[in-house]
Design a protein around this ligand. Structure first.
Ligand SMILES: [Ca+2]
Ligand SMILES: [Ca+2]
Ligand SMILES: [Ca+2]
Length: 258
């Protein structure tokens, strides 16, 4: 009984992760690297700032938070390496001065001029900058805004129509800054994005379930019989108590487990 219980729980967990992660980022579009005990994943798929942060959370991370020059340099070097394989023409937004960018975890979406690190998109986090280009760093934070001729960014270009509220790191130069510096970009623009994890993730490939499987997604339990027929499904709670047990012929598809 214990074996069966463990097996089913593990099975459900693996599949829940597999389905959520697969939904928002294709494995072949991700380049990952490690720096200072953290794993970073650049996703080479175009998303708005908010959609990118949602995917970062679905992958158990957050849009990257850059806290010092060494981290900025390490990230920039990886993003522009041949290994990353980024085609800059595919991640060039309309209002970034013609440069290529990747989203990182800052924004001033909630309050104009209040820049916070909010890579998990909760709307609350530590403020790192106040105001536009004439503003100042907050909480002794590291910042790296574009500075071609003095402090040029953030400029909230075309303020109000709709302005620029998402933070991106530049891969190439633009009129207000150099590659590796930061620019505020309209957060609804769609570009590639960088996820950060607080630990080093295993390099092991996600477990591929080639056989029949059971998985939970959005509070519904799905059955997929591929090769081996599934005779019955038994769902246990964390105490080992059976929540329900169904023979295959009685299983509705999907099962509401909310
Ligand atoms: Ca970081
Ligand atoms: Ca803004
Ligand atoms: Ca800007």
């Amino acid at each position: 009984m214990n074996k069966l219980y463990t097996y089913i729980l593990l099975f459900l967990c693996i599949n829940m992760y597999y389905v959520n992660a697969q939904t928002c980022a294709g494995a072949s579009d991700i380049y990952s690297f490690n720096y200072n005990g953290h794993t970073y994943e650049v996703v080479k798929e175009k998303k708005s700032w908010t959609a990118a942060s949602t995917c970062a959370v679905a992958r158990s991370g957050y849009l990257a938070e850059i806290n010092d020059a060494n981290e900025n340099t390490a990230i920039f070097n990886e993003l522009t390496s041949a290994n990353a394989g980024i085609n800059t023409s595919l991640t060039t937004p309309n209002n970034g001065g013609g440069a290529a960018y990747v989203w990182i975890g800052g924004n001033d979406i909630t309050t104009e001029g209040t820049w916070i690190w909010d890579g998990d998109n909760t709307g609350t986090s530590t403020q790192f900058w106040s105001g536009t280009a004439s503003g100042s760093a907050q909480n002794s934070a590291y910042t790296n805004w574009g500075t071609t001729s003095g402090q040029n960014e953030p400029d909230d270009y075309q303020a109000g129509q709709p302005g620029q509220d998402g933070l991106a790191i530049a891969l190439t130069n633009w009129q207000n800054g150099a590659a590796s510096q930061w620019n505020d970009i309209t957060d609804t623009e769609t570009i590639f994005y960088l996820i950060e994890h607080d630990t080093v993730l295993s390099n092991a490939a996600p477990e591929q379930i080639e056989d029949s499987r059971v998985f939970i997604y959005e509070n519904q339990l799905f059955i997929e019989a591929v090769n081996t027929p599934i005779a019955s499904v038994v769902l246990y709670d964390l105490t080992g108590k059976i929540v329900f047990s169904l023979a295959t012929e009685a299983i509705p598809k999907p099962i509401d487990v909310s």
